[in-house]
Design a protein around this ligand. Structure first.
Ligand code: 6PG
Length: 238
């Protein structure tokens, strides 16, 4: 595991974008799972603003690690956020975008999306393999859309499952731990002081770390990089 600490969240976005560019341009088809949240938003702005012409977008296939069960035009949709901040600003073939249909029945969609992963992605040990899974971590230690109160979904045998946000009750379709941990590379982007305590517990394996889904991000053979800003990393350095 590697930990990169940047001064600000904008610097995190820059560092991750450079890492993304290197990886993505180094191969013909690059399969990436995106996440939602505030940090990816500034990453997408950076990618579109600085690397619009420097990345071979036609080689990149976009998937989502999780999606909220809402329509693709809803302000809560991770797909909409990605369209607004990245996809509408780059030259990318429509066929390279594999979105979760948040407007459909959640359970049926989890099954359908799981099959898409089976059919489209190369496999390792019979499990679909992403080149890169981009993750965030919530203040409660959740990652993708697997929350502490339903942490057992992480080890579900399906590729995708339905989960529920513990406060709002909003349903989500999310990939499971076997897909996350089978990736060639995993990037965990975490910014802000609100995350510092969980970052400390997880990285130092202290206190309640085992109850946070983000602590289960442990690639079986790939690379894991934490991209942190100073605020999120403050309890690591003290
Ligand atoms: C989602 C996410 C989620 C997110 C974290 C961190 O759709 O809600 O994919 O897992 O990455 O909640 O979000 P922030 O970057 O906003 O803290």
């Amino acid at each position: 595991m590697e930990i990169k600490i940047a001064d600000t969240k904008e610097k995190v976005a820059q560092e991750f974008s450079e890492y993304f560019k290197e990886l993505a341009n180094s191969q013909e088809t690059f399969n990436v799972a995106l996440s939602g949240g505030s940090t990816p938003k500034i990453v997408f702005d950076y990618l579109a603003g600085h690397f619009g012409n420097e990345i071979n977008w036609k080689n990149i296939h976009f998937y989502w690690g999780d999606e909220r069960c809402v329509s693709p035009t809803d302000s809560e949709s991770n797909y909409k956020m990605t369209v607004d901040h990245l996809l509408s600003k780059i030259q990318i073939p429509e066929g390279n975008i594999f979105r979760v249909l948040g407007e459909n029945d959640p359970q049926e969609e989890a099954v359908r999306y799981g099959k898409i992963l089976d059919n489209e992605l190369p496999k390792l040990n019979d499990i679909p393999q992403f080149d890169l899974v981009m993750l965030g971590m919530g203040d409660d230690g959740h990652t993708v859309s697997i929350f502490p109160d339903s942490i057992s979904l992480w080890v579900d045998t399906e590729n995708c499952v339905v989960s529920m946000h513990p406060d709002s009750g909003q349903k989500r379709v999310t990939i499971t731990g076997k897909i996350v941990n089978n990736a060639k590379a995993i990037a965990l982007l975490v910014t802000g002081a609100g995350k510092a305590e969980k970052v400390q517990e997880i990285i130092k394996k202290e206190k309640y770390f085992a109850s946070y889904p983000a602590s289960l991000v442990q690639p079986s053979h790939g690379q894991l990089i934490w991209f942190l800003d100073q605020d999120a990393a403050m309890r690591l350095t003290n």
